[in-house]
Design a protein around this ligand. Structure first.
Ligand SMILES: NC(=O)c1ccc[n+]([C@@H]2O[C@H](COP(=O)([O-])OP(=O)(O)OC[C@H]3O[C@@H](n4cnc5c(N)ncnc54)[C@H](OP(=O)(O)O)[C@@H]3O)[C@@H](O)[C@H]2O)c1
Length: 332
């Protein structure tokens, strides 16, 4: 443990009266929550949830103060769990960081051994954090769709919120898995970006006609939805028989105005995706499957920014107003 300096930098979130205040602070190892595995942090990332947490736009933290960053990847310095040894590389994502425990926006991180995922052999820590919670949710959706017999022959997979973190990685992973994709986006000026990450068809949300019929023309093999509301309803009503639609996000609306026809006449499956509720062994299987069978090929295009801890505060607004494109990496 001698490598750890007496004090190190982190980005911490505090509550002062009713206000959330966050910024760079110096802390000591004994100031951060206990955990069996101590890491030298290499990378973290910014997710929509991180922006909510750091700005107070959403109630994410259940205790204060906490270091931000729902994702972390780094090298083990010390482990009280025999599964991990100094020098091993591990990931923690979707496991309560920056919610109940200190997160990854810190030069050193302590995590519980249940939160630690072995970095798959074919992956480095930078790629793991370019994927992060957003990409893991996309990978989990594809994993569940494949378990439910989704095949490329059933038709293109429609991805909504396409230029965001989940959407971009989903398009890349689907392409790597042999699926054609259709991107639905609000951004009229990002066709080149979407083509560069592997999608062939682009629909601009503003120009599209969603219809109001109980069933629309069955044009998609399945879907990955990050937006919710009427858009998810349209995806369900436009999916072929036995297709799978994964509901990941609520960027537009948490409501789902739908009807039973897609389910009872076409056998469409609505799959729930929650990256936090899985047992650790299931998460490890999904990370391994991501590394081997759906490894993203366009990470360099999808990582649109790489920032330091000092640069974090200026990044959050773009997530809150939905103008973010791709993934933002945090290099520690
Ligand atoms: N279930 C899980 O385990 C899990 C895990 C991670 C994230 N999520 C959720 O998944 C969603 C996407 O996360 P993310 O990391 O990709 O976020 P993000 O990077 O902020 O991207 C969200 C995208 O959604 C679209 N969008 C935003 N506001 C919208 C609105 N009002 N109406 C329609 N489209 C809108 C935008 O894409 P376009 O401009 O291209 O349309 C935006 O880039 C969020 O709701 C997040 O909370 C869930």
């Amino acid at each position: 443990m001698s490598q750890i300096p007496n004090e190190f930098n982190c980005f911490r979130i505090n509550q002062e009266e009713d206000k959330i205040v966050s910024g760079l602070e110096k802390v000591k190892l004994e100031d951060i929550n206990p955990g069996e595995v101590t890491l030298k942090t290499e990378y973290s990332s910014i997710n929509y949830k991180d922006a909510l947490a750091a700005t107070g736009a959403g109630k994410i933290l259940r205790t204060f103060p906490l270091i931000g960053g729902v994702d972390v990847a780094g090298e083990v310095l010390e482990s009280k769990d025999s599964r991990f040894n100094p020098g091993d590389k591990v990931i923690a994502a979707c496991s309560g960081l920056s919610e109940t425990n200190d997160g990854g926006y810190s030069e050193y991180t302590r995590i519980s051994s249940e939160a630690a995922i072995e970095l798959p052999e074919a992956m480095d820590t930078r790629t793991a954090m370019a994927i992060g919670t957003a990409g893991f949710a996309a990978g989990l959706a594809i994993y569940k769709m494949k378990l439910n017999k989704q095949t490329p022959e059933m038709g293109p997979i429609v991805v909504t919120g396409a230029t965001g973190g989940v959407g971009s990685i989903a398009i890349d992973m689907l392409s790597a898995s042999g699926f054609e994709t259709t991107a639905v986006t609000r951004k009229k000026t990002h066709d080149d970006y979407l083509k560069s990450i592997g999608t062939s068809n682009i629909i601009c949300l503003e120009d599209m006609e969603m219809g109001e019929r109980p069933l629309e023309k069955a044009q998609f093999g399945g879907g990955i939805d990050n937006v919710g509301g009427g858009l998810l309803s349209w995806v369900l009503r436009s999916t072929v028989p036995e297709g799978n639609v994964a509901s990941i996000g609520l960027a537009g609306d948490f409501k789902l105005p739908t009807n039973v026809m897609p389910f009872i006449l076409r056998g469409v499956n609505l799959l729930g995706v929650n990256s936090t509720t899985l047992p650790n062994s299931f998460k490890q299987d999904v990370w391994n499957d991501i590394a081997v069978n759906m490894s993203p090929k366009k990470i360099e295009q999808i990582v649109t920014k790489e920032v330091t801890l000092e640069e974090l505060p200026e990044q959050f607004q773009a997530f809150l107003d939905g103008s973010i494109v791709g993934r933002v990496l945090v290099k520690i």
